[in-house]
Design a protein around this ligand. Structure first.
Ligand SMILES: *[C@@H]1O[C@H](CO)[C@@H](O)[C@H](O)[C@H]1NC(C)=O
Ligand SMILES: *[C@@H]1O[C@H](CO)[C@@H](O)[C@H](O)[C@H]1NC(C)=O
Ligand SMILES: *[C@@H]1O[C@H](CO)[C@@H](O)[C@H](O)[C@H]1NC(C)=O
Ligand SMILES: *[C@@H]1O[C@H](CO)[C@@H](O)[C@H](O)[C@H]1NC(C)=O
Ligand SMILES: *[C@@H]1O[C@H](CO)[C@@H](O)[C@H](O)[C@H]1NC(C)=O
Ligand SMILES: [Fe+2]
Length: 466
């Protein structure tokens, strides 16, 4: 009988097999792009322009400055002399000017000497209020503004932007422009690591840390970017005497990590509106008994999903990625922590590192115990979605090589530059969309509705008990 099968039907069978196996996975976008790699913008570009005036404050950036969202860390640089570390600020509807005084640091990196880097934390701001703030003295003051988040609560809508691996190329500028012009209007950025790529230059030319901060000022002086450290923040150059990892980053980017009893520079958590955000460090010790492990084991049970329903984890290196470059680099971290992300119903894990875009299904791979052979990711409606958004546009270019055929757990992947937004509507629902740079500002190249895992589990179990 088998002999009777025509060659044609064998091909047909084969074709069916190929089609079903490839289409079990999600979508590998066939979007085609041109000029996929671009150089860093030259130092005389408009985006790097120095503000006018002697010792004028530059590189202004803000981030959340406390656990609840009533604090802001304002950071900036003065190039010529220390100047003042004072921030003058006032609410939009008030003419009472207040001030806070911070301090400055400097550092040397091989033969580079940093300018004066100021950090000033403003605390006890009113929620949901627009504030103006002013830096500098005499005729070189500069004014900016920010809006504090609404008071923490379960149904507070809030929109986060997602940007990663940004660098300072022409593509980086397109990504930032698209984020700024996105009608979804992100209110704060979750930055998934790898900021300036200064380490791509001879001796990690730290002038590129300065130029990067001038480039992004147009956004980050007005809304907080929540920082996480990537491998390009390590700046490890022991052969030139620079053996202290993260030296430029730690001097320039302060984060609110000083929770009582916690001394973990790159792991911290914040509440913002209806979200609880846990920032982890892919490049700090994370095995059993390490500070990061102890902190996280203490942190996860503390999250009160009635207060902050949305539990979001940010870490540079993805736990799931089906691109061949950096393949399985996050595996040791996954083995350590995925079980807890599943147990505590983390809604989504945002990462970068891989210079492309990918979104997984809700999956987990936690059943394996070294001898039971259960080592394949499986659909799990209560497990996180993993999103890789390392497509900011740095000078290393995009990654095209992928695991083929596309594994089932990968829902959508495409090597294009872009950014995403995560729009929380209320305690049960959020809307996520990824935007590629080649499209119009409002075009969504990938999108999905999120149903909050904690509230879903409650309604599922009450439905089951009926
Ligand atoms: C302030 O501006 C005046 C001219 O308006 C200029 O002569 C002076 O040098 C400036 N001072 C500083 C500190 O830049
Ligand atoms: C630092 O050293 C490099 C290489 O020797 C040199 O090109 C550069 O000009 C030096 N920079 C400074 C600020 O001395
Ligand atoms: C960067 O983007 C901004 C906003 O679109 C634009 O005004 C500026 O000219 C761009 N600069 C470069 C060097 O591409
Ligand atoms: C959790 O948050 C809710 C809402 O804010 C509050 O009523 C409740 O007391 C909190 N639970 C705990 C254990 O703190
Ligand atoms: C939450 O938001 C979604 C989307 O806007 C809406 O359909 C749903 O009714 C809202 N739920 C509640 C409890 O307000
Ligand atoms: Fe990276």
């Amino acid at each position: 009988m088998a002999m009777g099968l025509g060659l044609g039907s064998v091909y047909l069978l084969l074709l069916c097999f190929v089609l079903t196996s490839c289409c079990n996975g999600g979508i590998s976008s066939s979007y085609s792009r041109t000029n996929d790699i671009s150089a860093d913008m030259p130092l005389n570009s408009d985006v790097f322009a120095l503000p006018h005036g002697f010792n004028a404050p530059q590189q202004v950036h803000i981030t959340q400055g406390d656990h609840e969202g009533r604090g802001v860390i304002v950071s900036w640089v003065t190039p010529n002399e220390p100047g003042s570390s004072k921030v003058i600020y006032w609410a939009e509807n008030s003419n009472v000017k207040q001030h806070a005084v911070g301090s400055f640091v400097t550092y040397k990196y091989y033969n580079y000497s940093s300018p004066y880097i100021h950090h000033c934390t403003i605390k006890n701001l009113e929620y949901n209020t627009k504030y103006f703030y002013e830096l500098g003295t005499g005729n070189v003051t500069r004014q900016f503004w920010f809006t504090t988040p609404p008071e923490v609560g379960p149904d507070v809508p809030y929109t986060f932007g997602l940007i990663g691996d940004l660098g300072q190329t022409f593509d980086s500028n397109r990504t930032l422009t698209h984020y700024e012009s996105n009608p979804a209007k992100g209110q704060a950025v979750l930055f998934v690591g790898d900021l300036s790529y200064a380490d791509a230059y001879p001796l990690h030319d730290n002038n590129r840390w300065d130029s990067w901060a001038r480039f992004v000022e147009r956004s980050v002086a007005y809304q907080p970017w929540i920082w996480s450290a990537g491998n390009h923040e390590i700046d490890y150059l022991p052969e030139y005497g620079e053996g202290e990892p993260f030296k430029p980053y730690t001097h320039r980017y302060y984060v609110p990590y000083e929770a009582p009893g916690v001394h973990l520079r790159f792991g911290y958590s914040i509440k913002r509106a209806s979200a609880y955000i846990i920032v982890m460090s892919s490049y700090s010790a994370y095995g059993m008994y390490t500070p990061q492990y102890k902190w996280l084991m203490n942190e996860l049970p503390k999250v009160n999903r009635s207060e902050t329903p949305w539990l979001i984890v940010v870490m540079h290196c993805p736990l799931y990625s089906t691109y061949l470059h950096h393949y399985m680099e996050g595996e040791t971290m996954r083995v350590m922590y995925e079980q807890y992300f599943v147990k505590y119903k983390v809604d989504v894990v945002f990462s970068g590192h891989v210079h492309a875009y990918e979104r997984t299904e809700r999956i987990s791979n936690v059943a394996y115990n070294i001898e039971n052979g259960l080592c394949t990711p499986r659909n799990d409606e209560y497990a996180p979605v993993y999103i890789t958004i390392g497509d900011g546009g740095n000078q290393e270019g995009l990654l095209y090589e992928m695991v083929d055929p596309q594994p089932k757990y990968s829902a959508f992947r495409e090597p294009s530059y872009g950014h995403a937004t995560f729009e929380i509507k209320n305690r049960t629902t959020a809307y996520y969309a990824w935007h590629r740079n080649q499209d119009g500002y409002s075009v969504e190249a990938d999108s999905v509705w999120f149903h909050n895992l904690y509230w879903k589990s409650l309604s599922d179990s009450s439905a089951a008990s009926l």
